[in-house]
Design a protein around this ligand. Sequence first.
Ligand SMILES: *[C@@H]1O[C@H](CO)[C@@H](O)[C@H](O)[C@H]1NC(C)=O
Ligand SMILES: *[C@@H]1O[C@H](CO)[C@@H](O)[C@H](O)[C@H]1NC(C)=O
Ligand SMILES: *[C@@H]1O[C@H](CO)[C@@H](O)[C@H](O)[C@H]1NC(C)=O
Ligand SMILES: *[C@@H]1O[C@H](CO)[C@@H](O)[C@H](O)[C@H]1NC(C)=O
Length: 342
Amino acid sequence: MFLFCLFVLVFSGARSEEGDLGYNLNIGYAIDLFANYGDLGQVTRVVSSDYEDRDDGNDGPAEPFNEKNIRIFANATSSETISNVIDDNMSLLFCDTFEELLEYYFKDFSIEGLSQPWKAFMGDWIPEEIMRTLGIEYNPASENCCFVLAKLSKSHRTVKMDNLTGQVAVKEYVKRAINDLDYNDDAKMRRFMENYGTHYINSYVTGNFIYQVFKYKRVGYNLLKAYMRKGRSKTQPDNLRFYFSSYFLQNVGDIRIASGNKTIEAWARHNLRDSQYLYSRPSLMRLYYNHVLVYKLNQLLDNGALLAMNLKTLKPIFQDRRKGDKFEEIIENDLLLWEVNA
Ligand SMILES: *[C@@H]1O[C@H](CO)[C@@H](O)[C@H](O)[C@H]1NC(C)=O
Ligand SMILES: *[C@@H]1O[C@H](CO)[C@@H](O)[C@H](O)[C@H]1NC(C)=O
Ligand SMILES: *[C@@H]1O[C@H](CO)[C@@H](O)[C@H](O)[C@H]1NC(C)=O
Ligand SMILES: *[C@@H]1O[C@H](CO)[C@@H](O)[C@H](O)[C@H]1NC(C)=O
């Protein structure tokens, strides 16, 4: 083990300068998507999981992203906007099946070559575990219908790489590694991917969001859908709450915070209670009707979660088209295979 660590240290020291290797969010840096495919949800804060406590004893702020990445481009530029305002509107996402729930949960994530990005994040997780992080009871015997995902987001940093145009300049160590490649040698291509990555971080948004999953009876689901489609009229009293009553629901999930912050989750469980008839239970609907609570939540939310991300393949770094095509072909084939099997 010791020998192995030593080897890695020396090896990475030789090929890149200090600062070219990172573990947090570095725009334009590349990751090897295959290294953690199916389990990226564990190294990024996208869903309220029980993240391992930091073992350096330092209780600093949560990091939205924790995957090894390396600098590829020599002179890439990016733009960044900072905001600190919670959305005005709660979004309600209608999911006909469990699979759609996952698809919509990850709708702001895209990975070139993958049609179902959620599988890169949670494809290896068992359904019980996925449901637990989504805050909802797992019941394989019940009908695979229907879910409403309610969420309210606060974006903090939005960072986007400027478009790559013309000849793309790469770091010297990447240039050397590309020159060493042979487009007929798949094993060498794969080793290149392990060392320099498959995809670069083209854009991302950090911040946080609060969410809750409601499992509906089909009738209630269709009624709520119809109500939302009609558009709530400004003149008549808003009746949305009616569609969140026990009569229409099969199961009400826990309220969760994407960054996994237990302090805020406890606050939400305590303060966001909705009473209807005999029941009182946590409900995000409280935020829909109460702006003071939204204001309070906005103050509480940390910025530890990843809200959106776009990953693109490193194909543009290859000037030799045959190498670029081969690189892309391997990624596409492997991803297709992995996606089918996840
Ligand atoms: C919120 O919704 C209203 C009407 O549905 C719309 O006019 C407004 O632009 C939305 N605000 C945001 C921030 O999306
Ligand atoms: C960058 O590329 C995107 C998509 O190809 C395009 O919509 C956008 O206008 C481009 N931006 C600039 C500054 O060229
Ligand atoms: C990066 O460097 C290349 C090659 O030197 C050049 O063609 C390109 O314009 C540069 N891009 C930026 C954004 O400076
Ligand atoms: C969790 O949220 C609380 C309240 O905003 C904040 O004080 C604390 O620093 C957050 N914890 C982390 C790890 O970000």
